[in-house]
Design a protein around this ligand. Structure first.
Ligand SMILES: [Fe+2]
Ligand SMILES: [Fe+2]
Length: 164
C-alpha cells in the first residue's frame, strides 16, 4: 500500500509530466510555425517521452494498490522569441522537474517507502539526461548565433531523433 502522502505526491507528478508533454507539444508546434521541422520533431519525441513518464508513475500507483486521481492540465505557453528562447525554457523546466523528483524522493525516504524510492531511481537518472540534452542544444544554439547555415544543420540533426 502507498501512504496518502506518497499517493498525493505521485498524483501531482503525473499531472506535471503530462503538463511537460503539453509544453513540449506546444514547443513542437511553434517550431513547425517557423519551418524548423527537425526541431519540431525533436520536441514531438520529447512530448511522447513525457507521456511515458506519466505512465511509469501511473503504473506504480496501480501496482501498489493506490488510487489515481486525474486533474486538470493547465495551458502551456504558445509563443517564444527564438529557438534559443525555447530551449532555454525547456532546460529551466527540466531543472524544475528535477527538484520535484527530489522532493518525492525525500518524502519516500521520510515514509520509509523503499519501493517508491527504488522506482524513483530511474527518474533521478533520467533527469540528469533531460537536463544534459536540453542544455546541450542551448549551447549549440548559442554557438550558432545568427548563422542561418548553422541553424539549418542543427535542424537536420534534430530531425534524426526517433521515438524510443
Ligand atoms: Fe518527465
Ligand atoms: Fe522531461
Amino acid at each position: 500500500m502507498l501512504s496518502k502522502k506518497i499517493e498525493n505526491a505521485i498524483n501531482k507528478q503525473i499531472n506535471a509530466e503530462l503538463w511537460s508533454a503539453y509544453l513540449y507539444l506546444s514547443m513542437s508546434a511553434y517550431f513547425e510555425s517557423i519551418n524548423l521541422s527537425g526541431f519540431a520533431n525533436w520536441m514531438k519525441v520529447q512530448a511522447q517521452e513525457e507521456v511515458g513518464h506519466a505512465m511509469r508513475f501511473y503504473n506504480h500507483v496501480i501496482e501498489r494498490r493506490g488510487r489515481i486521481t486525474v486533474s486538470a492540465i493547465t495551458a502551456p505557453p504558445i509563443h517564444w522569441k527564438s529557438p534559443l528562447n525555447v530551449f532555454e525554457d525547456a532546460f529551466k523546466h527540466e531543472q524544475k522537474v528535477t527538484g520535484m523528483i527530489d522532493d518525492i524522493a525525500n518524502i519516500a525516504a521520510a515514509e520509509k517507502d523503499h519501493a517508491t524510492a527504488n522506482m524513483l531511481k530511474w527518474f533521478i537518472d533520467e533527469q540528469v539526461e533531460e537536463e544534459l540534452s536540453t542544455d546541450t542544444i542551448v549551447q549549440k544554439l548559442k554557438m550558432i548565433g545568427a548563422n542561418t547555415g548553422g541553424l539549418y544543420m542543427l535542424d537536420r540533426e534534430l530531425a534524426q531523433r526517433k521515438k524510443e
